[in-house]
Write a protein that binds this ligand. Structure first.
Ligand SMILES: [Zn+2]
Length: 57
């Protein structure tokens, strides 16, 4: 629960990655600053530069 809140409010990068693991593309705590290029592309697959998970925003 604490980790969920940390991820929800982007207080912990590790919580974001851990809470996002196992979630679907559209149900994910990652956001575009987590990508290598940091561009806010929508409707394309983005990859987290920390954990490598694919997500969309
Ligand atoms: Zn991640």
């Amino acid at each position: 629960m604490l980790r969920y809140l940390l991820a929800r409010f982007r207080l912990s990068q590790r919580a974001i990655c851990e809470e996002s693991a196992g979630r679907g593309l559209g149900d994910d705590f990652h956001d575009y600053p987590d990508t290598a290029d940091g561009q806010p592309w929508h409707l394309v697959d983005l990859t987290c530069r920390h954990c490598g998970k694919t997500f969309r925003i």
